[in-house]
Write a protein that binds this ligand. Structure first.
Ligand code: ADP
Ligand code: F6P
Length: 453
């Protein structure tokens, strides 16, 4: 029987500040049904006058949101979280830009959020903190006297020790992370990488419980949304044009230039396909104050222009490139219209788009998923055509195979993946994590050591 009171979610964004991203779409669906509190940033950049917690309700969920000052947000979010942790955790040390000011700002926002949350808490709350913005949150809470059981889930990959050791202040961050009672990761590889790093760097510290909890989707709900009459009909219903769809935040981890180059290779090698297929790439802008994201936008529009200039004509556009966020009722039927879902990140914690694409397919006539083997989802979706996103020839070959796959094979692959989606759905993820967190005794040893902050 349930022993805890509310589930308290702490995340950088609340549903009030939703962007296209796995965390918000994954958690909101799962937690509206639970008596719960969701605490985080409200999306506003202004000075906090000390009395800024805004409260509102969303079904059984109460949202408590605070603003952040522009400087604090810049250092914490653009500077350290997305200028250091995001690239490094995705093995892009070349894009890491560290500064002491940003790191201090990151710690300061974590400390501030802990202080703002404290008066909202009840004794029997179970606190569940999300993602790399909040690695040191538990340490900050413990030092402020917050004793409730507290777990953490990392939505992105955890880097292997040889890469992680290059992150400035990683030892302090590990100490802070070890103040959580339970650390959850998307895959077993991520979990092992964390434990191995702690063993190497912090042999004296007690590592809390860890587990692999691959996040899922709600396949039946997505299927129902995908079955609805399409708001937009992208391709002729007679399949005279075979659609390939890609949907990603405009992020350098998603492998977009590599994908465009692979598609250009397919066009070059197979002129007989001209006029018969079309790639639609939907990529909402993301983190536009971080220089690497601006560079990516320029690179992609350049590549898209090259493809259109070289292969497009008046009757046929080989590529449609849209930098927009779409509503889910628009997006789900688009997945279903496509013959191929192309999901080829260079590295990704899970990648919910891959699961959404499968959930949206017509069981009687499903499309084919082409999936990077470096997405967490590749550990589960064995019915996909797995590719190395760094190899344009292999990707072009997989697209060709997907476009011409016989019906029986498409159905067999889809059924395997559908079974996985159902066996590992978002509700199971939430319940399993919270059950494990609740089962742990919060012991004195889990309290934070006196390091950063
Ligand atoms: P990440 O969390 O890195 O953005 P995921 O693939 O795990 O990657 O999650 C992305 C989520 O954002 C999915 O739920 C997807 O449907 C949504 N999303 C991505 N791009 C768009 C878009 N253009 N319009 C609407 N939703 C989008
Ligand atoms: O999945 C990683 C993540 O950072 C999520 O926490 C977030 O929902 C998503 O990417 C979008 O990123 P941002 O909140 O920076 O727009």
């Amino acid at each position: 029987m349930k022993k805890h009171g509310r589930v308290v979610i702490v995340a950088n964004r609340t549903p009030a500040a939703k962007s296209a991203g796995g965390l918000a779409s994954g958690l909101l669906d799962a937690l509206r049904r639970e008596r719960s509190l969701w605490f985080g940033w409200n999306g506003e950049l202004r000075e906090d006058d000390g009395n800024c917690v805004q409260l509102f309700s969303c079904d059984r969920l109460t949202v408590a949101a605070i603003p952040l000052s522009p400087e604090a947000h810049n250092r914490y979010y653009n500077g350290f979280a997305n200028g250091v942790l995001w690239p490094a955790f995705h093995h892009r040390l070349d894009l890491m830009r560290f500064s002491d000011d940003d790191y201090t700002g990151y710690l300061e926002v974590n400390r501030h959020m802990a202080a703002q949350l404290r008066p909202l808490l009840q004794d029997d709350d179970l606190i569940w903190v999300h993602d790399y913005h909040l690695l040191p949150f538990a340490g900050m809470c413990r030092r402020q006297g917050i004793r409730q059981r507290m777990g953490f889930f990392l939505h992105i990959p955890f880097p292997v020790p040889s890469v992680a050791q290059a992150i400035p202040r990683i030892d302090e961050l590990l100490d802070e992370m070890c103040a959580y009672d339970l650390l959850g990761f998307q895959t077993e590889d991520d979990r092992k990488a964390f434990v191995n790093l702690c063993r190497e760097r912090r042999p004296q510290i007690r590592v809390p419980n860890t587990g692999g909890y691959p996040i899922g989707v709600d396949p039946l709900a997505l299927q129902a949304e995908a079955e609805a009459e399409p708001v937009v009909q992208l391709w002729p219903r007679d399949r005279s044009i075979r659609g390939i769809i890609s949907v990603d935040r405009l992020d350098y981890t998603k492998g977009l230039p590599e994908r465009f180059k692979a598609y250009a290779l397919l066009l070059e090698q197979h002129p007989e396909l001209h006029g018969t297929m079309q790639l639609v790439q939907i990529a909402p802008p993301s983190r536009t104050d971080v220089p690497a994201y601006v560079d990516l936008h320029h690179e992609l529009t350049g590549l898209a222009g090259e493809i259109l200039g070289k292969y497009g004509d008046l009757e046929w556009q080989p590529l449609v490139y849209v930098e927009r966020q779409l509503d889910r009722p628009v997006l789900m039927p688009l997945y279903r219209q496509a013959r191929v879902g192309l999901v080829t990140p260079l590295r990704d914690g899970m990648n919910l788009v891959a699961k959404e694409f499968v959930a949206a397919q017509d069981p009687a006539d499903p499309g084919v998923l082409v999936l990077s083997r470096f997405a967490g989802a590749a550990c589960q979706l064995d019915g996909a055509l797995l590719v190395n996103p760094h190899d344009p020839g292999e990707m072009a070959q997989a697209m060709l195979q997907a476009l011409s796959m016989p019906h029986a094979e498409r159905v067999a692959r889809y059924r395997r993946m559908w079974a996985v989606l159902c066996a590992s759905d978002i509700e199971g993820w939430r319940v399993r994590y919270l059950k494990d967190l609740e089962a742990l005794a919060a012991t004195e040893e889990t309290l934070a050591p006196a390091t950063a902050g």
